[in-house]
Design a protein around this ligand. Structure first.
Ligand code: NAP
Length: 297
């Protein structure tokens, strides 16, 4: 992958006070002295503590990182964030949609079920599905669409998806076909997200062709989202690059630190996408990446 550095850029990273988001912030700020950042966090105090930590390792970190409050699960918070940021800055060069949640089963995540490929204890009850999707999918899409007018020409939008949300976990060929349709729009994808929530209301999502995991389904849709955004006229007109990626199985609070990779390792693929040249690459546009390579999820 060809990379660029030493350009003046402003990068928003959601959920960057800890975990992979913090790793991306650290990697990009270390490698690109001319990048500045908006650390978008739901708890400003946690953001300040994270910035203190970053400042011990990265030069001028406090001059280069602006902490802004954002809860991606809350429309009002999204509106306030977009208003503040758009008034303060002329344009945003990249939006990294990293914030995400996983509903831990009682007793915490324990591993992967060999038969289903899902985490043992993955939850799909209605309440869990609703709030998992609110953060991982609906809020992430809402933030992205509301930020779109402020993303620079030749900018980038990157999502943290997961190979855990692979198409092979679906139980219906028809649903698989819908998700693979090259003409699928973001609205149609959102309708499918709503279908998952409905399916969790009265029984098992697998009865409607889904996997029995709210987290895995939410990430499957995030893996697919850039392909739909690549058809958006504003994305096309501004030559914005849109990608999703899997950071790998990383030890963070999301999985009770059961992951096998470090945060620094998990930050590599999403950071590589931010560092791609600032012009649309037709080979990559709308695609999903793993280990910094295009990957069929
Ligand atoms: P993490 O350590 O739990 O960090 C998650 C971050 O997201 C935290 O900063 C958290 O803020 C923030 N967040 C959660 N809900 C939010 C909301 N409503 N609004 C704003 N921020 C919110 O988890 P992680 O493992 O680094 O995960 C980062 C991303 O990578 C997620 O999208 C995850 O699905 C994805 N991912 C992770 C793995 C893995 O193995 N870890 C694998 C594949 C994909 P608080 O500190 O306030 O909670």
């Amino acid at each position: 992958m060809q990379q660029t550095s030493n350009l003046n850029k402003l990068i928003v990273i959601t959920g960057s006070n800890k975990g992979i988001g913090f790793g991306i912030l650290k990697r990009l700020s270390t490698r690109n002295p001319n990048y500045n950042f908006i650390m978008a966090v739901r708890n400003v105090k946690n953001g300040e503590e994270a910035l203190d930590k970053l400042a011990q390792e990265v030069q001028n970190a406090k001059d280069r990182v602006d902490i802004q409050e954002l809860d991606v699960a809350d429309s009002k918070s999204i509106d306030n964030f977009v208003e503040r940021v758009s008034k303060k800055y002329e344009k945003i060069d990249a939006l990294v949609n990293n914030a995400g949640i996983f509903a831990m089963p009682e007793g915490n995540a324990t591993g992967i079920d060999q038969e289903t490929g899902l985490g043992i204890g993955d939850r799909y009850d209605y309440e869990t599905s609703k709030w998992t999707f609110q953060t991982n999918y609906f809020g992430t899409v809402e933030l992205t669409l509301k930020m779109l007018p402020y993303i620079a020409q030749n900018g980038k939008i990157i999502f943290l998806g997961s190979t855990y949300g692979g198409l092979s976990k679906l139980r219906s060929e028809e649903l698989k076909k819908k998700l693979q349709d090259p003409n699928l729009t973001t609205d149609e994808l959102t309708a499918l997200a709503q279908d998952f929530i409905e399916s969790s209301k009265n029984g098992k999502p697998s009865e409607r062709g889904w996997q029995n995991s709210a987290y895995s389904a939410s990430k499957l849709l995030i893996n697919t989202l850039p392909r739909t955004l690549a058809l958006n006229s504003e994305v096309i007109n501004k030559n914005i690059q849109v990608y999703s990626c899997c950071p790998g199985y990383v030890a963070t609070s999301l999985n009770n630190f059961s992951g096998i990779m470090t945060v620094d390792q998990g930050a590599v693929c999403p950071s590589d996408l931010v560092e791609l040249p600032w012009e649309v690459n037709t080979e990559y546009q709308g695609k999903f990446f793993r280990q910094s390579k295009v990957y069929e999820f």
